[in-house]
Design a protein around this ligand. Structure first.
Ligand code: FAD
Length: 509
């Protein structure tokens, strides 16, 4: 682009954006009610979250043009697909993380939770995650020109009593770290002299609830840990160990075809995981899991991986926008309905993506793949400086010419995605006249004992593999998908270390 092009493009963009709120009045109600002053008067883009969707925006958003503020209670990105491996030490926690401040040092990051979004006032209200010694917890608000909501979802308990109190979730590093410690302490308990057989059986009964990819991967990974590592350390108690996978629906891994599901079941039989389909948990107490059939299972550790539920922030926002009502299932606000440009229907200059959003034109799965691709799309949309306007299916799409096509734009256009060259417009000028398109790359699941299922979507067919070769493919996909070179190297070292020295137990804290 020539300097002139850039200036005129910038000029149009600044004009088209709503006037920048008094950024220098961005108020941080700290102890001294101080005011955070940002020196520039650039338009403010606020990102809520630091997960798959927000991270993929952070990586490419144009911080020269925008003042980018990221608010999240988690100061790092987490590569969730490999989280189950950290619970048994195959991979270390830090290998899956990337701090937000490293992902993009030009973004202002605040470790806080957004409690409320006022789309009319274009302001978010937040509470710090951290408190002072005297218990004071700072609260602050941030006005925005553009807001991107990518806060994901939280684990769903489906109202089953006792889940919150007695089960481990598999969502954050803290969950996995607590679980790793608990597995260790159950073995130490069982190994104490004088422990009755009944107590040993109970302490060493590991129950996983949920037959989706996360539950299955954890069950498989745990069976590796028991067989490869704990067997050597606690040989005397191994005959009391049991791993159960409870699944409320008729089949596990519904994302895969029947043959592959059968392969998963066969593998679990071989490695000693007891799979029980059509088995609903109705209550969890300190020592027992009550099933819908009336049966009571004594257990030592229960991992709850039965699905996700909306965050209160999203439910409240969806309920406060009347245009959202027709999109909410059963009239109950759950996710933010967005149009094909990821604009929140009924809100101005607000985008939503990932698990917190409901893509109104099509039904998309709640996966990292979708969130990551939507993040990249949203960043390109914002970087073009288009006026986003009011989200809604019948709104005219933003179809103004942007700047010249870059190589990435051409690749996007070739994939039929979002940015295309207009046949009517000047040659080489990109137009956003297509909404977001999801490109499904496939699904993977680890089953234990170095076996996996992989279903890779190719342009005209899908490549379905199961077994050891699929596991190699699984590993190579995950290594290439890591968000940084550092993480790639760390994971390779972790895998090597596990092969040579085995997995480490968690040390008592
Ligand atoms: P998230 O990644 O969940 O990020 C949400 C962010 O918002 C977090 O940083 C959170 O701290 C922050 N936040 C929460 N509340 C607030 C608030 N009030 N204010 C500000 N910030 C807030 N998907 C796949 O495609 N393949 C897989 O193999 C796969 N495996 C998975 C394994 C596990 C163990 C888990 C938990 C998930 C897995 N997923 C997988 C699903 C995938 O991780 C999610 O679909 C994806 O993380 C959704 O991205 P997101 O950006 O919408 O939300």
């Amino acid at each position: 682009e020539s300097a002139e092009d850039v200036t005129s493009h910038m000029g149009r963009m600044i004009k088209e954006l709503p006037s920048t709120k008094a950024i220098d009045n961005m108020l941080v109600a700290g102890k001294d009610k101080g005011t955070l002053r940002l020196e520039s008067r650039k338009p403010v883009v606020v990102l809520l979250g630091s997960g798959w969707g927000a991270h993929s925006i952070l990586k490419v958003i144009d911080t020269d043009t925008y003042e980018v503020v990221c608010v999240s209670p988690r100061n790092h990105f987490l590569f969730t697909p490999m989280l189950p491996s950290t619970a048994v030490g195959t991979v270390e926690f830090r290998s899956l993380l990337e701090p937000v401040r490293v992902a993009n040092p030009f973004v202002d990051f605040f470790e806080a939770t957004c409690d409320k979004i006022d789309v009319k006032k274009k302001t978010i209200y937040c509470t710090s995650k951290n408190s002072y010694e005297d218990g004071f917890t700072p609260k602050f608000e941030v006005p925005f020109d553009i807001l991107v909501v990518a806060v994901g979802e939280q684990p769903a308990t489906f109202g089953v009593p006792g889940v919150e109190e007695h089960c481990y979730f598999m969502k954050e590093i803290s969950d996995s770290s607590g679980l790793r410690q608990r597995i260790q302490s159950q073995f130490e308990l069982a190994a104490l002299p004088g422990t009755s057989e009944e107590d040993m059986r109970r302490a060493l009964h590991f129950v996983v609830v949920g037959g989706g990819p996360t539950g299955v991967e954890f069950a498989g990974t745990l069976s590796d840990f028991l067989r490869d590592d704990l067997k050597k350390k606690y040989p005397e108690v191994m005959r009391y160990v049991c791993v159960s996978l409870l699944n409320a629906t008729p089949s596990i891994l519904v994302q895969f075809d029947e043959k592959m599901r059968q392969h998963a079941l066969d593998n679990f039989k071989r490695v000693g995981v007891d799979v029980r389909n059509d088995t609903a948990v109705v209550e969890v107490t300190k020592n027992t899991i009550k099933l819908g059939t009336g049966e009571e299972l004594p257990y030592g550790v229960c991992v709850w991986s039965a699905g996700n539920a909306p965050r209160p922030l999203i439910k409240d926002l969806a309920a406060s926008i009347p245009e959202q009502a027709p999109f909410q299932p059963g009239g109950r606000p759950s996710k933010l309905a967005v149009d094909s440009y990821l604009r929140v229907i009924g809100a101005e200059d607000v985008l939503a993506l990932g698990d917190a959003s409901l893509y109104a034109p099509d039904r998309l799965p709640a996966t990292a793949q979708v969130a990551g691709q939507q993040g990249a799309y949203a960043a390109h949309l914002i970087n073009r400086g288009l006026r986003l306007g009011m989200g809604g299916l019948d709104q005219p799409p933003p179809s103004k010419p942007t700047n010249k096509l870059t190589l990435t734009d051409r690749a996007h256009a070739a994939l039929g995605k979002s940015l295309v060259e207009s046949p009517e417009g000047p040659k080489g000028v990109a137009y956003y006249n297509k909404g977001f398109t999801f490109v499904n790359l496939g699904v993977l699941a680890y089953l234990g004992d170095d076996r996996a299922l992989t279903q890779i979507e190719l342009p005209f067919a899908s490549l379905k593999l199961s077994g050891e070769f699929a596991y190699l493919l699984y590993k190579s996909v995950y290594i290439t998908k890591q968000v940084s070179f550092r993480n790639r190297v760390l994971i390779l070292f972790d895998w090597l270390k596990t092969q040579v020295f085995g997995r480490d137990l968690e040390f008592d804290k």
